[in-house]
Ligand binder design. Structure first.
Ligand code: SF4
Length: 493
């Protein structure tokens, strides 16, 4: 049996980093870890080929080769996925769809022959047997959340690491919190499940042996969901990284209560964490309570951000507008917070009611759902009726983006960040980093309309912020992505 695994293209969002990737000569931010793991679960005697359409085209020759085509993706990847499914159908090719999208889209069986809902570890062997015998069912639904000790190593031989700006591993699934808008807890549950330290180091060995050096994204939605376990993992990670001369730096996502645990922060610092994404969402306490994001309430959000930064980790954060309790001046409050906290990369989005979430269920009961949405919180098309006037909400959201990603405002914020930031780990320089620097000077310093602001920033980076020059340059390039996308999204080109 020949299985073709296909990953749909990401739309152009803040998370895609599409406008920054060409600086480094990269094609995508991270490889499709889920499909690489599925590949390892398929029978050993099956031939496998993986096409990540973020880095290469899906050709007719690929489809000609395949006996079955297996897709994975998220709701935000639905349009290109449906197009490719239709293409397979026209050729009479059987298809399978899995991944988070199947938990959000109810009628996936209209587009694919077989739909896998939930985590795949315990389903794939049965599905593969049924496909071989020609008796595969339309729907395979996971009845339990599998322990992660059953998760095999991803098949890295199916990708070319050089196309990606970072590699990805997963340590845990699930989160103990209960945010109303979150689909993670609906899909993966509220009891975090973890891999053993030995499983994690085996994945790192795999990347190291594939000659990967640089950034590794630990893709967990909340890396510190089980603090006791993560404290067992981190010394092992630090030892592994130290023994090999620190080939990797780590980036992950965590809940804000990370700031309360000095021991955990110290362990992350030692292991090589340089960046952490936090879901801050809003400085408005009543909106946090409405969203059931209790871990962010009754605390100084600013102090929490500073404390994490004190351990050499750059804080990236998510923000949301559109909660019922948002006051009329929420847009100013968000901008003020982002500026004061000096968070360079602030992912601000409009609230989305994702199907399957508590929020979606509440708004359905209240008769406020308009459609299933697009899974992209930068999309100006709201999928529910907000309490605030919708035009005012979208206009206010647009004004946040324009204010925080104007070139002057952005570089000023990065300066404030650099003044307080003292990196602990320096990524080993690769050829692509020098290439990125040269391209940055050319594109941002010569061709861009923001070149004056860029040169002023570059001068400051080389003089006042020399202690963090690499970070400054990385943020200049990342800033290009955010600035370009903001202009495109707000249509101010
Ligand atoms: S902390 Fe993050 S992952 Fe956990 S429930 Fe809230 S939004 Fe979801």
């Amino acid at each position: 049996m020949k299985a073709l695994l296909v990953y749909p293209e990401w739309p152009d969002t803040y998370w895609s980093f599409k406008h920054a990737l060409p600086f480094q000569g990269k094609r995508s931010a991270y490889p499709p870890l889920g499909l690489m793991t599925i590949a390892s679960l398929l029978p050993r005697d099956w031939q496998k080929r993986l096409v990540d359409t973020n880095v290469q085209k899906l050709t007719d020759a690929d489809l000609e080769w395949a006996d079955i085509v297996m897709f994975s993706g998220m709701l935000v990847q639905k349009p290109p996925m449906l197009e490719m499914l239709a293409r397979c159908r026209r050729r009479g090719l059987k298809t399978v769809v899995g991944g988070p999208i199947t938990s959000s889209v109810e009628n996936m069986t209209e587009y694919a022959d077989h739909v896998v809902i939930g985590e795949a570890e315990e389903l794939i062997p049965g599905l593969a047997r049924d496909i071989e015998s020609g008796a595969a069912k339309p729907v395979y639904r996971a009845l339990a959340l599998p322990p992660l000790d059953k998760t095999p190593l991803p098949d890295i031989s199916l990708i070319r690491p050089k196309y990606y700006s970072g590699m990805a591993i997963q340590y845990s699934r699930g989160c103990p919190f209960n945010c109303e808008f979150c689909d993670i807890i609906e899909i993966y549950g509220r009891v975090p499940r973890t891999k053993s330290p030995a499983q994690v180091t085996a994945e790192l060995d795999l990347l190291y042996d594939a000659k990967w050096r640089g950034s590794v994204f630990i893709v967990d939605d909340n890396f510190i969901g089980n603090k006791r376990k993560v404290k067992e993992l981190l010394p092992v990670l630090a030892e592994w990284n130290g023994r090999r001369g620190k080939p990797f730096t780590f980036f992950t996502e965590a809940s804000l209560n990370l700031a309360d645990d000095a021991a955990l922060l110290e362990l992350m610092k030692s292991a090589g964490f340089t960046r952490v994404f936090l879901g801050i969402e809003t400085p408005v306490e009543s909106s946090l309570k409405e969203a059931q994001k209790m871990q962010n309430t009754r605390r100084s959000l600013l102090d929490s951000v500073r404390r994490i930064r004190d351990y050499g980790m750059e804080v990236m954060a998510g923000f949301i507008v559109g909660f019922d309790n948002d006051p009329e001046d929420v847009f100013d409050l968000q901008v003020q917070f982002i500026e004061e906290s000096a968070i360079p990369l602030a992912m601000v989005g409009l609230l989305q009611a994702v199907p399957g979430t508590q929020l979606y269920r509440r708004l359905t009961k209240e008769g406020r759902i308009l459609h299933e949405g697009f899974g992209d919180n930068m999309d100006f098309r709201l999928n529910f009726i907000p309490k605030m006037n919708p035009e005012r909400l979208v206009e206010g959201y647009r004004s946040i983006l324009e204010r925080i990603y104007g070139a002057e405002a952005y570089y000023q914020r990065v300066r404030r960040f650099l003044a307080d930031y003292h990196p602990v780990h320096r990524q080993q320089h690769r050829v692509c980093d020098y290439v990125a620097f040269c391209r940055s000077v050319l594109r941002q310093g010569v061709l861009s309309r923001d070149r004056a602001a860029y040169w002023k920033f570059l001068l400051d980076a080389a003089t006042r912020y020399r202690h963090a020059f690499d970070t400054a340059m990385t943020l200049a390039v990342m800033g290009y992505h955010f600035q370009t996308l903001t202009r495109l999204a707000c249509d101010t080109e």
